[in-house]
Write a protein that binds this ligand. Structure first.
Ligand SMILES: NC(=O)c1ccc[n+]([C@@H]2O[C@H](COP(=O)([O-])OP(=O)(O)OC[C@H]3O[C@@H](n4cnc5c(N)ncnc54)[C@H](OP(=O)(O)O)[C@@H]3O)[C@@H](O)[C@H]2O)c1
Length: 274
């Protein structure tokens, strides 16, 4: 990978803004842990924080960001509209901004393609973006059919699609589609929620580079041109997970990892969502 690729690198979004290639996930992060994580992560160079209404830690993140006392523009803040809120998107976003203690966020995603409400919610997000509630809007867990639906209805396409992503779940076709449509692919659960960190093939590659299995998985996401948002609440792992910008996986190892596809889904599976 390019030498100039570092923790401050960003991907261009189709709306003219950009998103950091690397950040911290906050799924299942308890509110009490948030303050330290935000502090430690910021110190290690993390500049993207990924939360959601359903994670119930927006208020703690807002508090922690205020205490950091850094200019708002230094942090790329993402939140997501929860399914039940898709029929009250605007009000729910107002609540999110209040909890996060910000005037606007950088990216709002529809968390899940709820059949009955996703189109209206997307229309509402476009309006919210135009009114300045957020710089960018995107979706999460959208498969090609869900993205095509937006197109068929004449809506603008999302800037970002956040989807589970690891060598064990590669979404090749979806990524090609996103690339073609200029939608940045953001990979969640890059560490497979810990489920494959003991894979002997992964351990062997990690040894070769003198890196940990987690670092290899994060690096694989980045070299696949996706945003990586690993989650941890441990200080040493915050450092470890960010230490992935001083090496490159070579073509042989990338090819080897490409063969690990097994359709592993560690959370919800959007592939069967109508
Ligand atoms: N849009 C969506 O639907 C969606 C769904 C899931 C996730 N996400 C986003 O993606 C983020 C990441 O995904 P995730 O939280 O599901 O899973 P993940 O990042 O794949 O894995 C997190 C797990 O790995 C452990 N871990 C972290 N660093 C490690 C290391 N260096 N060595 C060993 N274990 C390590 C963590 O434990 P410790 O905390 O104890 O270190 C935690 O149990 C989420 O936090 C969230 O922001 C989005």
């Amino acid at each position: 990978m390019q030498k100039e690729f570092d923790i401050n690198s960003r991907f261009q979004l189709s709306d003219g803004t950009s998103i950091p290639v690397f950040g911290m996930g906050f799924y299942r992060t308890g509110s009490k842990e948030v303050k330290n994580i935000v502090k430690w992560a910021y110190k290690e160079g993390y500049r993207l924080f990924d939360t959601a209404q359903i994670y119930q830690n927006e208020a703690a993140i807002g508090e922690a960001m205020s205490e950091l006392k850094v200019p708002r523009g230094e942090i790329y803040l993402t939140t997501k509209v929860w399914n039940a809120n898709q029929t009250r998107t605007r009000d729910s976003i107002k609540e999110s901004l209040k909890k996060l203690k910000v005037q606007s966020v950088d990216l709002i995603l529809l968390h899940w393609p709820v059949k009955e409400s996703r189109l209206k919610a997307w229309e509402e997000l476009i309006k919210l973006r135009d009114k300045g509630f957020t710089k960018s809007i995107g979706v999460s867990n959208y498969m090609i059919k869900h993205l095509e639906e937006l197109k068929e209805h004449g809506y603008e396409m999302p800037t970002v699609n956040q989807v589970e992503f690891s060598p064990y779940l590669q979404h090749k076709e979806l990524r090609e589609y996103c690339n073609k449509e200029k939608i940045v692919f953001e990979g969640y659960s890059p560490l497979t929620k810990g489920k494959r960190l003991n894979d002997q093939r992964l351990i062997a590659i990690a040894k070769k580079y003198n890196k940990t299995p987690a670092q290899i998985l994060i690096r694989w996401v980045l070299q696949s041109k996706a945003v990586a948002i690993p989650k941890t609440s441990k200080q040493e792992r915050i450092k470890e997970n960010a230490d992935v910008f001083d090496f490159s996986l070579n073509d042989v190892d990338l090819k080897e990892m490409e063969s690990w596809e097994e359709g592993l889904v560690t959370g919800w599976d959007p592939r069967s969502q109508e």
